[in-house]
Write a protein that binds this ligand. Structure first.
Ligand SMILES: Cc1cc2nc3c(=O)[nH]c(=O)nc-3n(C[C@H](O)[C@H](O)[C@H](O)COP(=O)(O)OP(=O)(O)OC[C@H]3O[C@@H](n4cnc5c(N)ncnc54)[C@H](O)[C@@H]3O)c2cc1C
Length: 122
């Protein structure tokens, strides 16, 4: 017996979220069975719905991120990381986490005294 995780949907197929579990299972099974030449039915099925699971980058995203980074410059002990910045894949997220940690560690090593203040809402 083997375990299979099938991820379907995404921002371009958000209508799939409205389908009942049974239809999602059938669709996932049909797609994978066709690819892997599986003839049997799954013994167990489990559906997890993840709404808004992935950030969607819009036109101008890189400029927006560049501006955010520019505004962060004075706050040396503040750093951002994660999939909403420069890539949604796990390696990209790890890299952004490492860079963020390095930025803060460097600032602390060089004795930065910048205090991160509560943002002023305008
Ligand atoms: C279904 C699915 C399949 C995927 N498959 C792949 C794949 O095969 N390969 C691949 O490279 N990438 C894949 N990805 C993308 C990748 O997994 C994610 O983009 C990445 O894990 C996001 O990492 P992150 O650190 O930015 O966010 P997360 O891993 O979501 O971490 C954010 C953390 O912050 C916590 N948090 C949230 N709000 C607060 C708060 N207010 N206070 C404190 N903590 C908070 C959360 O609990 C969470 O632990 C997939 C994503 C999804 C959803």
């Amino acid at each position: 017996m083997n375990r299979r995780v099938t991820v379907i949907g995404g921002a371009c197929q958000s209508g799939l979220l409205r389908l009942p579990d049974i239809q999602l299972v059938e669709l996932a099974h049909w797609e994978v069975a066709k690819l892997l030449d599986i003839s049997g039915e799954p013994l167990m099925r489990h559906v997890t719905r993840q709404r808004h699971a992935m950030p969607q980058y819009h036109v101008g995203h890189q400029n927006r991120i560049a501006k955010i980074n520019e505004r962060l410059l004075p706050f040396e002990t503040l750093a951002l990381a994660g999939n909403s910045l420069n890539g949604v894949d796990v390696p990209g997220c790890i890299e952004s986490g490492q860079k963020a940690a390095e930025r803060i560690a460097n600032a602390l090593r060089t004795g930065s005294r910048t205090i991160v203040q509560k943002p002023v809402m305008s």
